[in-house]
Design a protein around this ligand. Structure first.
Ligand code: GAF
Length: 383
């Protein structure tokens, strides 16, 4: 991949690139819609990556090209980059250049060629991978000395302000900080983190990703509504963020929200989801990997019934897989389509995959894309 991307860079821009970098997509094991509530998340990196060949420029010009999108090279001036103006895929890399410059780093231009194997629109963070790979490349080339978590914060700012999507910090931190063979237990309040060994193969287990290949069109607006509802809940309860509601006090908090059924449900999901993350961490650290299955399925029910961000395709994956003997299953990512994950005994994978495929065909849904996910490495320089 690295050589092909460097070669294409040379064809597009002339000389060979100064370097080639990669950043992965992610699967979130547990901890959904908790990141903008200062809560806990637990993603791991996919082997699928966005790869960028990059060289510096000193004339204020930013040139962007992607192997995955029709069209030629886009040429911009770094001084002219402004939030909200770019509605194309180029908003992700140029947003990162904008965010670095806004933070006071002198980026005087770049030539960038990108190619990604992270499935787009599948809830696997293909955009965060694009942002982080560009941030890491510019950090190295311009000698900025920024730490991984700082790059993640800048990428989140690019996405929030430049692209205009009100996302939390999980996906960018996952792309920047994950390690092979581990899931990342991340406290999104202060970005403190612990790498939790997550070697399913050694235990005879597998984690399947089932990409439903649907993305319901209202997803972006609904994300913002959930976020606003959570903020309202925190304000009604007099806390900075829902993270500050202890699980032991959840019932009392819900009583105080009895007049606002919608906010009550959002709060119940977020506070119980933080507790599920802590339970999964404890189970993994005590070697009880199989026991995390029911916690994943519980998390799905909470996202479906309380947070209301599932959809028929995701529910069908979870119900079919659990009904056919999976240890647990849940949707992963923002919701309204995208992917679900299924934890299963290795020997059960063919049967489960067949059961999900048959159920999709019987329901008249497009065939899902199913693959096994092994925790991969975080962002890195390749050449
Ligand atoms: C999307 C967002 F980008 C994340 O920040 C996170 O909120 C996630 O949805 C839900 O957990 O991936």
């Amino acid at each position: 991949m690295s050589e092909a991307v460097a070669k294409r860079f040379g064809e597009l821009y002339g000389p060979a690139p100064e370097g080639v970098w990669a950043a992965p997509g992610r699967v979130n094991l547990i901890g959904e819609h908790t990141d903008y509530n200062d809560g806990f998340v637990m993603p791991f990196a996919l082997p699928h990556t966005a790869v960028a060949a990059v060289s510096r420029r000193d004339d204020g010009v930013l040139r962007l090209h992607s192997a995955d999108v029709e069209g030629g090279v886009t040429e911009l001036r770094v001084a002219d980059l402004e939030p909200g103006t770019d509605k194309d895929w180029t908003a992700y890399p140029s947003g990162v250049v904008w965010a670095l410059r806004e933070a006071g780093h002198e980026i005087t231009g770049a030539d960038i060629h990108l190619a990604s194997t992270v499935p787009a629109g599948a809830g696997l963070s293909s955009s965060a991978a694009l942002e982080v790979v560009v941030a890491l490349a510019l950090n190295d080339l311009y000698g900025l000395g920024l730490r991984r978590w700082q790059l993640a914060r800048l990428c989140q700012r690019a996405e929030n302000v430049y692209v205009g999507a009100p996302v939390g910090i999980m996906d960018q931190t996952a792309a920047a900080c994950c390690e092979a063979g581990h899931a990342l237990f991340l406290d999104t309040r202060d970005l403190s983190q612990r790498q939790i060994p997550f070697d399913l193969a050694a235990e005879g287990l597998r984690l399947l990703v089932v990409d439903t290949r649907v993305k319901h069109s209202h997803s972006e607006g609904e994300y913002g509504k959930r976020r606003a509802g959570c903020e309202k809940g925190a304000a009604l309860l007099g806390v900075d963020a829902l993270r500050d509601v202890p699980y032991a006090e959840l019932d009392a908090a819900l009583e105080r929200l009895a007049d606002d059924e919608e906010v009550l449900r959002l709060v119940r999901h977020v506070v119980s989801e933080d507790e599920r993350v802590e339970r999964v961490v404890a189970l993994l650290e005590s070697g009880e990997t199989r026991a995390i299955g029911p916690v994943l399925t519980e998390g799905h029910a909470s996202l479906r019934d309380d947070f209301r961000i599932s959809c028929p395709e995701l529910d069908l994956v979870v119900d079919t897989a659990v009904g056919a003997g999976a240890l647990g299953a849940r949707m992963t990512g923002g919701g309204f389509g995208g992917s679900a994950i299924v934890l299963a005994e290795a020997a059960d994978v063919p049967g489960l995959t067949g059961a999900v495929e048959e159920a999709f065909a019987a329901a008249g849904f497009r065939a899902p894309r199913v693959f096994e996910a092994v925790p991969g490495a975080g962002a890195r320089r390749l050449d």
